[in-house]
Write a protein that binds this ligand. Structure first.
Ligand code: ADP
Ligand code: MG
Length: 243
């Protein structure tokens, strides 16, 4: 249901993604790991055209685009089918929790106001922050802010949620509540593609772990294989450094 074929991204002469082929099934939880600067964020950002890919094909649900022939309507549709959770939350500081969640529904998904706000309230309940509807981000903890970031991604019912190191900016005390929400989503079989350094989360929750190095998929498989029986020396080397 999500397929990348030969996805490439160059910044000038620098090849950052060097032909990524990847298929993700509906309901699959896929974790991407790899050294820093190796193209993980760029992969996620290319998938919804936060970055314009250089070449390749992207399929999400019914939508299929050759990245060089993508029309505006295709890109908009791709953004509707994907939702992004950022490392630094990326909430609007001048909007309340409720407004932050409703915003995407209004702007990207074109929902009428009443429906968007009703949905946003529903999401606040699901993420356990109903009592924070009118709070501004600055008055919330990092954990609460990121739960709103995730709630915003949940709201539209996108085909896939892309998480880029969602717990990396958090003080340690807030990490667990955010991981718990992600686990809840995984248990509901929300399709997820996530970059994370939380190896125990990856071990417990991922269906598949993908190791990327220098813009290429080096190795992939179930967590039990990648973490305990990595085949490629680059995977072994990376895991030794972080585990
Ligand atoms: P990762 O998320 O794996 O740490 P990134 O995808 O952020 O890696 O970056 C991969 C490479 O692409 C890095 O060398 C980075 O400097 C480069 N890069 C990322 N974004 C840009 C950009 N907008 N312009 C130029 N180079 C970039
Ligand atoms: Mg990154």
């Amino acid at each position: 249901m999500i397929e990348l074929k030969g996805l490439r991204k160059q910044f000038g002469d620098a090849v950052v993604l060097d032909g990524i082929d990847l298929t993700i099934q509906k309901g699959e939880i896929v974790v991407v790991i790899g050294p820093s600067g190796t193209g993980k964020s760029t992969l996620l950002r290319c998938l919804n055209f936060l970055e314009q890919p250089t070449a390749g094909e992207i399929t999400v649900g019914d939508l299929h685009v050759d990245v060089n022939r993508a029309r505006k309507a295709d890109i908009l549709q791709l953004r509707r089918q994907t939702a992004f959770v950022f490392q630094n939350y990326a909430l609007f500081a001048n909007k309340t929790a409720l407004q932050n969640i409703a915003e995407r529904l209004l702007v990207v998904d074109g929902w009428p106001k009443a429906r968007a706000y009703e949905r946003a309230r529903d999401i606040l309940r699901r993420i356990g922050l109903e009592d924070k509807a009118d709070a501004y981000p600055a008055s919330l903890s990092g954990g609460q802010q990121q739960r709103i970031g995730i709630g915003r991604a949940m709201a539209a019912g996108a085909e896939v949620i892309l998480f880029d190191e969602p717990t990396s900016s958090l003080d340690p005390e807030w990490v667990d509540e955010v991981l718990a929400l992600m686990k809840q989503l995984a248990a509901e079989r929300q399709t997820m593609l996530l970059v994370t350094h939380e190896m125990s989360f990856a071990r417990d929750v991922a269906d598949r772990v993908i190791f990327i190095d220098e813009g290429r998929i080096v190795e992939q498989g179930p967590p039990s294989e990648i973490f305990y029986h990595p085949r490629d020396p680059r995977t072994r080397d990376f895991l030794q450094k972080i585990l």
